[in-house]
Design a protein around this ligand. Structure first.
Ligand code: ATP
Ligand code: MG
Length: 383
């Protein structure tokens, strides 16, 4: 009798038709990667993925962070034999603490001569005859006892919800503008959860933003890495650009022009590394720069899609997600970011594109962008 888990894939993976194998293979690789350092063994049995490890708790904890998993079930593997099955089913029910139950059998092994329906009935009657206080409820049972008859038999009733989404690395790449705030890590998580390969860029305004602010962003990247398996962080020196904007542009246009530079630099880096899109943590109406007009004016300099997965989320919901994924506590550390230092008292909330283009025309835009990209630091292994 061996304890292991059965991994159930997110339903969307099964909608992929001929591509299903590709997604499944990726998911398997991602699971294996997430289990590095743990003793484990994969048992693939007719499309079902079982994983065995001595350290069941750690196995489950790791799998809870893998995108594309709908459910992890704690399974007992036994020899295929009716007496064993009955005993084990009763044990599973006793352990569940439930009062009502239902037996569900799946017989993949047709050499086993008893039909699924008959197994359900036999096991159900056995439980009722050999215990007290349980009753059958086929509609809404507190405990579903699943019996899978294969070479061996697998019995489970305990299910742990996975994080769902699509296997990481199956849906292209994006470059996330990662600040030290609450929103952008959540935006990155949401893109990654849909299978999008995530790279991050942080604009650092040394010495106006401290080393601690940078460390905080590195820590956020590390937390995201817990879900993605690996992460790259580009740290771009942003002080020269900001100084030049302060020097040459109107105070109320500082923010929008700065945002356009962030967009330009991100697109340039994305282009350099074959990343098809960029992403930010912006949400419509959240702050003065995140108006429809502001977003349109910053998008104007993007040469590829700029995704904003939080666009229609309330702050309170974003904060909930941040707590759930484990970034919140780091995000609220009080270290300043570049935007809080170079902030206008009354930023334009309705910038007009032609006016902004005119204001920027006194700047050497290409040179500033090129220098920022050339000066960037790339972190990967050290995260
Ligand atoms: P966040 O909580 O993600 O910092 P925010 O509500 O504070 O967002 P802004 O400061 O206006 O909003 O930034 C909007 C978006 O711009 C951020 O979500 C992030 O994607 C990007 N961004 C802002 N500052 C930086 C930075 N220093 N480095 C990288 N990206 C940044
Ligand atoms: Mg911010």
């Amino acid at each position: 009798m061996k304890k292991l888990v059965l991994v159930k894939y997110a339903a969307e993976i099964f909608l992929k038709g001929l591509n299903k194998n590709k997604f499944e293979k990726k998911l398997m690789n991602n699971m294996k990667k997430s289990l590095v350092g743990l003793d484990f063994e994969f048992i693939i049995d007719q499309g079902r993925c079982f994983i065995y490890s001595e350290d069941l708790d750690e196995l489950v904890n790791r799998l809870k962070k893998v995108f594309g998993i709908a459910e992890v079930c704690i399974v007992t593997e036994i020899e295929t034999d009716m007496e064993n099955i009955k005993l084990e089913a009763l044990k599973a029910l006793n352990e569940s603490g439930a009062k009502t139950f239902k037996v569900e059998t799946n017989r993949a092994n047709k050499n086993f001569s008893i039909s699924s329906m008959e197994i359900n009935r036999t096991v159900g009657s056995y439980i009722l005859d050999n215990s007290e206080g349980f009753s059958v409820d086929v509609r809404t049972p507190e405990c579903r006892i699943n019996i899978e008859i294969r070479g061996k038999t697998y019995i489970y009733s305990k299910r742990i919800k996975g994080i769902g989404g699509m296997p990481y690395g199956t849906n292209g790449k994006t470059l996330l503008m990662l600040s030290g705030g609450i929103d952008s890590p959540v935006a990155g998580y949401m893109m990654a959860r849909r299978g999008v390969d995530l790279r991050c860029v942080y604009y650092h305004s040394h010495p106006y933003t401290s080393e601690r602010a940078k460390e905080k962003v590195k820590e956020l990247a590390r937390i995201l890495k817990g879900y993605t398996g690996d992460i790259t962080l580009y740290i771009v020196p942003f002080t020269d650009i900001q100084m030049d904007i302060m020097d040459k542009c109107r105070e109320d246009e500082l923010t929008i022009i700065m945002r356009r530079f962030m967009m330009r630099v991100a697109c340039k880096i994305a282009d350099k590394y074959g990343i098809q899109s960029v992403a930010t943590g912006e949400s419509i109406g959240q702050v003065a720069s995140q108006t429809m007009e502001g977003l349109v004016v910053s998008d104007d300099v993007a040469d590829r899609p700029a995704f904003r997965p939080l666009i229609a989320f309330d702050k309170i919901d974003i904060m909930d997600t941040a707590r759930k994924i484990g970034t919140y506590e780091t995000s609220i550390l009080p270290y300043e970011d570049c935007c809080t230092i170079f902030v206008a008292k009354h930023p334009k909330t309705r910038p007009v594109l032609s006016e902004i283009i005119k204001s920027e025309s006194v700047m050497e835009i290409d040179r500033l962008v090129d220098e920022a990209v050339e000066g960037m630091e790339i972190l990967r292994e050290e995260l």
